[in-house]
Ligand binder design. Structure first.
Ligand SMILES: [Zn+2]
Length: 351
């Protein structure tokens, strides 16, 4: 690796870490690459990083430079997750709690890649594009009151054609055959949604504290699949509005999407053909947010995001018939290009 490449990767690590710390409301981190961690890593391939939460002092083995974007992001989010958990719970928190903080605060859903020994190496398969503020914090700013104050009743009034979908502490009541099961990283609030913190806190407390599952009428979502155009539009939009943005998982490619000529002039790519080939590869590998199904919550934002803040692993939402058809067609038409995990994810959503 050349010196320029090294310093570029070092900067990428620092930038990503600083951004995560900012999102989490933590102090500015310091980063170092001490030799002893290289020796630790040589003995145990899983050991890449350590952090001193009190001083936000992050240390990495130089092998971290060689990780791809998904592993690097997973690793960093896990370490920042330790700092958040240290603040919220204290020094005795667990590894799972660090990962839970990474999801709640940073929007990073952690997976473990079994190609590394032991538990495997952290990997951020997908990242929610709009976790620019902590949803958990949203719910914490508010005061919990009675559900009735916000027009909710303990049992939902049912209509013809309704069916019940069971979450951990929530029973979602929705229209049979029109429901979809989503993970927290897929949920995006509708643009400009004004969250009432008290309503969020009330719903979250009700979900967390009920002896039995509580019934909620499911909201409604519009599904879309991230392609290069949606990435480009979101980056252009984000320039004047700091709402999170979609990414191809590669800074150079993101820059090229927005300004192809400028990117080649700046030397990010030698030719347009080279950039196009890189994009094609990123689409095929479903890198970054590419290929991800996103649910924009059009109705029921408080219910959906309070459920996420309360720790629900899935949220059931109603979607339009043509959205369901598109997803079924994708599952059928692209079966051969899906990994088994992706096909399972899509089947899971449609179950
Ligand atoms: Zn850890």
């Amino acid at each position: 690796m050349t010196r320029t490449q090294q310093s570029r990767r070092r900067t990428a690590i620092y930038r990503e870490l600083a951004e995560m710390a900012k999102r989490a409301g933590l102090p500015v981190p310091t980063v170092s690459f001490p030799g002893y961690l290289d020796r630790v890593h040589a003995k145990n391939r899983r050991r890449y990083a350590e952090v001193v939460p009190d001083t936000m002092d992050f240390r990495f083995a130089k092998a971290t430079w060689d990780l791809d974007a998904a592993h690097r992001r997973g690793l960093l989010a896990h370490e920042v997750g330790h700092c958040i958990a240290h603040r919220e719970i204290g020094p005795q928190h667990t590894e799972d709690e660090a990962d839970a903080c990474a999801l709640q605060v940073l929007g990073v859903q952690m997976e473990y890649d079994a190609a590394w020994p032991g538990k495997g190496l952290q990997m951020a398969a997908r990242t929610n594009p709009t976790y620019y503020e902590s949803l958990a914090a949203h719910a914490e700013y508010g005061d919990a009151a009675d559900l009735e104050d916000f027009g909710f009743t303990p049992a939902v009034e049912e209509y013809y054609g309704d069916a019940k979908y069971y979450g951990r502490n929530v029973i979602w009541v929705g229209t049979e055959g029109e429901m979809i099961k989503l993970t927290p990283v897929q949920l995006v609030p509708i643009e400009g949604n004004i969250f009432d913190f008290n309503k969020l806190a009330t719903l979250r407390a009700a979900i967390e504290n009920s002896d039995d599952r509580i019934e909620l009428r499911s909201g409604y979502a519009a599904m879309s699949r991230v392609d290069p155009d949606s990435v480009r539009e979101s980056i252009e939009y984000a320039e004047d509005n700091q709402d999170g943005e979609l990414t191809t998982g590669d800074e150079d490619l993101d820059a090229w999407l927005v300004d192809p000529r400028g990117a080649v002039a700046d030397g990010l790519y030698r030719t347009q053909a080279e950039a196009k080939a890189a994009l094609k590869d990123a689409v095929r590998r479903k890198q970054g947010h590419l290929g991800m199904w996103i649910a924009q919550v059009r109705d029921g934002n408080h219910r959906a995001f309070a459920a996420v803040a309360a720790g629900e692993r899935y949220v059931y939402l109603k979607v339009a018939d043509n959205d369901l058809q598109d997803m079924r067609a994708a599952l059928k038409g692209e079966r051969s290009t899906f990994t088994r995990a992706e096909a399972r994810e899509l089947r899971d959503m449609l179950e």
